[in-house]
Structure formats: structure tokens, C-alpha cells
Design a protein. Structure first.
Length: 121
């Protein structure tokens, strides 16, 4: 299973990657913004889960989610938003855009594991 982690913070990408590795997911690609993530997705048609931050330069996570959801080949791709945006309004906005699950930073490895299991069924 291939996962794509998108966050402008290299520290946060490392935390997420290490957490994923601990729960058995070693095939993880990373990008520092939505624009880079989109390029990676075009080059790798076999991405199984997208984990993205909201606030990033060039193309933010919400814009990325909308772009991904506009493509029919990605309509069933599980997307988890990991962000500091914890307000009810933001959560609803992200869910309406097509996010399958939502994690507010800071989070525990257990929360990431549970949300990932949830979107994978």
C-alpha cells in the first residue's frame, strides 16, 4: 500500500512517516505542498491514501483535495486531513470538499492509526 504525506513542515512529515512505519506502512511518498503532491500523484497512479495538511504555500490542502476529487479516477481515494484548523466550520468545509477523515494537530500515533484504519475499512 502506497501513501502520500503532504505537509510543508518536514518535521511533521517525519512524525507522520515514522508513525505509519510503526503500524506497518513503509511505502510512503512525501510532498511539501499541494502542487508537488499533485505532480507526484500524476507520476504515481498507485497511491492508496492521501494524508494532507491544510495550510501550505503554493497549493493548500483544501485546494489539493478539491483538485483530487475533480478527477474521477480519485473519487474513491481515501483522504485524511491533518491540520491545526480544528474549528467546526473548518471540519465541515474539509468534509464537503471530499476529505474522508480529519485529524487536529497535535495528535497521538493512536489517533492516526485509528483514522487510517477507519478510511481503509
Amino acid at each position: 500500500m502506497k501513501l502520500l504525506v503532504v505537509d510543508d513542515s518536514s518535521t511533521m512529515r517525519r512524525i507522520i512517516k515514522n508513525t505509519l512505519a510503526r503500524i506497518g506502512h513503509k511505502d510512503v511518498l512525501e510532498a511539501e505542498n499541494g502542487k508537488e503532491a499533485w505532480s507526484i500523484m500524476q507520476a504515481n497512479s498507485d497511491i492508496d491514501v492521501l494524508i494532507t495538511d491544510w495550510n501550505m504555500p503554493e497549493m493548500n490542502g483544501l485546494e489539493l483535495v478539491k483538485k483530487v476529487r475533480a478527477e474521477s479516477k480519485y473519487e474513491d481515494l481515501p483522504i485524511i486531513m491533518v491540520t491545526t484548523e480544528g474549528g467546526k466550520k473548518e471540519v465541515i468545509t474539509a468534509l464537503k470538499a471530499g476529505v474522508n477523515n480529519y485529524i487536529v494537530k497535535p495528535f497521538t500515533p493512536q489517533v492516526l492509526k485509528e483514522k487510517l484504519e477507519d478510511v481503509l475499512g
